[in-house]
Design a protein around this ligand. Structure first.
Ligand SMILES: *[C@@H]1O[C@H](CO)[C@@H](O)[C@H](O)[C@H]1NC(C)=O
Ligand SMILES: *[C@@H]1O[C@H](CO)[C@@H](O)[C@H](O)[C@H]1NC(C)=O
Ligand SMILES: *[C@@H]1O[C@H](CO)[C@@H](O)[C@H](O)[C@H]1NC(C)=O
Ligand SMILES: *[C@@H]1O[C@H](CO)[C@@H](O)[C@H](O)[C@H]1NC(C)=O
Length: 746
């Protein structure tokens, strides 16, 4: 949604408020006749104030009865009660009724129910590919955390496929006794479908229009594959065979981040990937009650999620996707400082493919080309090569493609046309040097089985040079193979991964972290598939959080998030900076990846943490949690800028005068430690840290320091980026710093 439409919506709401006193009398009259069309609204009432869930439900009904002045009307319009983790309800209301309900004492917000989408970009149905194992946590961490066996990860998604080998419960101990969740049966889900691995499963039809149940079933079973894939990324058991079968391209084992963690399934999204807010809230409400430790949501949430805040208050870590809205600034919607928002990275050298030219020169590109044994088409022999600067359908029109390998300098978006032309005209292969494509599976999909290889610009020049020099240019393409370890170049933030800053809360840096989300092998029904998206990145983080929770049982969600953010990688092993793929390739900044690319090892022992008491959030969001409107009870003048929250990042979007920001760090490493500040100021900003040295001992575990940021220019500028690192011989605790100098007074 563009900002113009949301502001006009806001204007309408304001108008409704202004007119309210005048309209009240006529509304009273019309209500008796049920005037106005009704829509699904969600009323949010904050913390659960009554003891028993039944009392909470009764109080909701009382409120609705007062509004509608009829017990029957109340029962008829009530759709769902949220009563465990937070208090609220979903009901069918007219705009006027919703507006009046918002004025009731105790009502924090009344908003129309929204629809979200799952965040996988595209799919590929190959069997048996494996994802590079360099990203998955090292075995030491796995062993120390007992593979996450005591941890319960709640997946709010499209359900799961319980027969997948990734969800085998062989060798698992009993279900943790604190588990209070259900196993809800349905047409294709028996009570035996829950196990010591999938320990709970529920589905939520609340507020979901019936047409979404087509091709799906009223049970926790996954008919979309998204939920099965994400659940197996977070906590899939190790499955060796998954990798063995895919034409020898990949070697390794398919397994989740916390391979022994337990899964609690909350199906709130349906077979076309649509997720309904009413259902998502019901799932989170139950998850809080059931006793999950980590909640993973691979759907595009918008704005601040109050339900997630309630979960965080109960010690549950909530992981969200950044979304797949692409590489332009301000595409990120999620702004909740209490959740971990995850961007996606790729390692695009995972599948090197050797191209040999007629002069024996070899070039290494990358592809998902594998030899199809019975293919009547190209078999990897030398064949004619054609090099074209541009490959639109018009450029290619009439070119004989039979058996040819075509090279395209894909400056424009001509790749898809070229691929189609080759497929239609019996070509053998396509070599491209794309500028923005970072998803091999997207390419392979378009190529429909022919050999499509991506090469660098420099290699592209070599190919065309050879073509120009040779009288009968030839080339052959060998099937792709897999490399792991240090042959892989620095990771890149994927072009589809949504970028910060947030439009509504630029003082909260988002995303928080990046994790692998491109070409990820995980479970799909009874086999395995490779999918890409921030949907695939978030469950990586959920799995790693599960391991960290075992090591640090008493850490708050904020502390765990801090451990992940402050230890993230901003360079690869050779010191090459992590890059971001977009309209061009650039060095990644915090709006691309927050703290950086996740580093599970480092996060296990971060040295210092930035902790937050969840009640602190309300100082900053008093007027914002759960509502876009400003209720009359909200005192905006006491609301502090969000950069005062003790987050492991500092983002000042309106630096006009020097400001001082405070941060408090807790030593969780060696008791007697000394840390020194290393400051990298954002360009145009003077940044001073005081004190410059922090000394910790048994009596001083917690230290507060200040950061003074001063604009050096009186110039309305762009965002610039820096960092602050507390370091000693063993540890480096780094937070990103983002600032923008402004001259306008707001
Ligand atoms: C799940 O339940 C269905 C229906 O009751 C059954 O056919 C299937 O075998 C069960 N699967 C597992 C893994 O228990
Ligand atoms: C491949 O071709 C051979 C010989 O034509 C045939 O016997 C075999 O069944 C084919 N295999 C597949 C998987 O189609
Ligand atoms: C290709 O060329 C032929 C003959 O010149 C023309 O009729 C046709 O429209 C062209 N097709 C495209 C896609 O440009
Ligand atoms: C809002 O907060 C300010 C500062 O604390 C205070 O002076 C003012 O009286 C408050 N207004 C209301 C309506 O409570």
């Amino acid at each position: 949604m563009g900002s113009s439409s949301s502001s006009s919506q806001h204007a309408r709401q304001v108008a409704a408020w202004v007119l309210l006193p005048l309209l009240c009398f006529s509304m009273l009259l019309s209500r008796a006749h049920g005037g106005g069309s009704r829509k699904l609204y969600i009323a949010y009432l904050g913390d659960v104030k009554h003891g028993h869930p039944d009392e909470v439900v009764a109080s909701h009904h009382d409120m609705l009865t007062t509004l509608l002045q009829s017990k029957e009307d109340s029962s008829a319009s009530m759709v769902y009660n949220y009563k465990h983790g937070f208090s609220g309800f979903a009901a069918m209301l007219t705009v006027d009724q919703a507006t009046r309900l918002a004025e009731f004492p105790g009502v924090i917000s009344v908003e129309p129910s929204k629809t979200y989408k799952t965040t996988t970009t595209r799919s590929w149905d190959f069997l048996g590919l494996n994802y590079p194992s360099s990203h998955t946590p090292a075995s030491e961490l796995l062993q120390a955390s007992n593979y996450g066996e005591n941890i319960i990860i709640g997946m709010v998604d499209t359900g799961v496929w319980p027969e997948s080998r990734s969800f085998s419960d062989q060798g698992y101990g009993p279900v943790p006794s604190r588990w209070k969740g259900k196993c809800q049966v349905g047409p294709d889900w028996g009570s035996n479908n829950c196990s010591r691995k999938v320990i709970g499963a529920q589905f939520y039809t609340v507020g979901v229009p019936e047409e979404y149940f087509k091709g799906d079933s009223l049970s926790p079973r996954d008919h979309n594959n998204h939920g099965t894939h994400t659940a197996s990324i977070a906590a899939g058991s190790a499955v060796e065979e998954a990798a063995a079968s895919f034409h020898g391209i990949a070697a390794g084992v398919a397994r989740g981040g916390a391979p022994h963690a337990r899964l609690a399934v909350y199906k709130s999204c349906w077979s076309d990937g649509s997720c309904f807010e009413t259902a998502v809230l019901a799932a989170i409400d139950d998850a809080i009650h059931d006793g999950v430790d980590v909640l993973s949501l691979s759907l595009e949430m918008s704005e601040n999620s109050f339900a997630a805040l309630h979960a965080v208050k109960k010690g549950i870590v909530v992981v969200h996707t950044a979304g797949n809205k692409g590489y332009l600034m301000q595409t990120i919607k999620d702004t909740s400082p209490w959740v971990i928002t995850v961007a996606a990275t790729s390692n695009d050298r995972s599948f090197p493919t050797v191209i040999t030219l007629g002069n024996k020169q070899q070039i290494v590109g990358q592809s998902l080309y594998y030899q199809v044994k019975n293919s009547s088409s190209y078999r990897g022999d030398f064949t004619n090569l054609i090099c074209m600067p541009s490959c639109t359908a018009e450029d290619l029109n009439g070119t004989d493609m039979k058996g040819v390998i075509l090279f395209c300098n894909d400056k424009g978006a001509t790749f898809l046309q070229a691929a189609q032309y080759i497929v239609d005209n019996g070509g053998s292969g396509l070599i491209v040097s794309p500028t923005i494509v970072d998803d091999l599976f997207n390419i392979a999909e378009a190529c429909q089985g022919i050999a499509c290889v991506v090469v660098d610009i420099a290699d592209a020049d070599k190919i065309c040079q050879y073509y120009d020099d040779s009288s009968s240019p030839l080339a052959k393409i060998e099937p792709a193979c897999t490399v792991t370890g240090n042959e892989i170049l620095a990771p890149k933030v994927a072009s589809f991964s949504s970028r910060g800053p947030s439009v509504t809360y630029p003082a909260i840096l988002k995303p928080d972290i990046a994790a692998p989300g491109v070409n990820i092998l995980a479970a799909k029904k009874d086999s395995y598939a490779v999918l890409s998206g921030t949907s695939q990145a978030a469950p990586h983080v959920a799995g790693i959080v599960a391991l960290l929770k075992v090591l640090h049982l008493d850490w708050s969600p904020a502390a765990l998030k801090s451990a992940i953010v402050t230890t993230a990688h901003v360079t690869d092993e050779r010191g090459m900076p992590i890059l971001a793929q977009g309209s061009s390739l650039k060095i990644a900044d915090p709006f691309d990846y927050g703290g950086g690319n996740i580093n599970p090892y480092g996060a296990a022992h971060p040295g210092l943490i930035y902790d937050i008491d969840p009640s602190d959030y309300s100082k900053f969001f008093k007027c914002a949690i759960g509502t876009k409107r400003t209720p009359v009870t909200c005192n905006t003048t006491t609301t502090l800028p969000a950069y005062y929250i003790n987050l492991p990042s500092i983002s000042v979007p309106d630096l006009r005068h020097p400001i001082t920001v405070y941060r408090t760090v807790t030593n969780v490493g060696e008791v007697n430690s000394v840390y020194h500040a290393a400051v990298q100021s954002p360009m145009g900003v003077k940044m001073k840290v005081f004190p410059p040295v922090l000394i910790f001992d048994a009596a001083n575990k917690v230290q507060t320091y200040q950061v003074k940021l001063s604009p050096m220019w009186k110039l309305h500028g762009d965002y610039t980026f820096g960092s602050l690192t507390w370091h000693n011989d063993q540890k480096a605790v780094r937070i990103p710093v983002v600032a923008r100098i402004t001259i306008q007074e707001i």
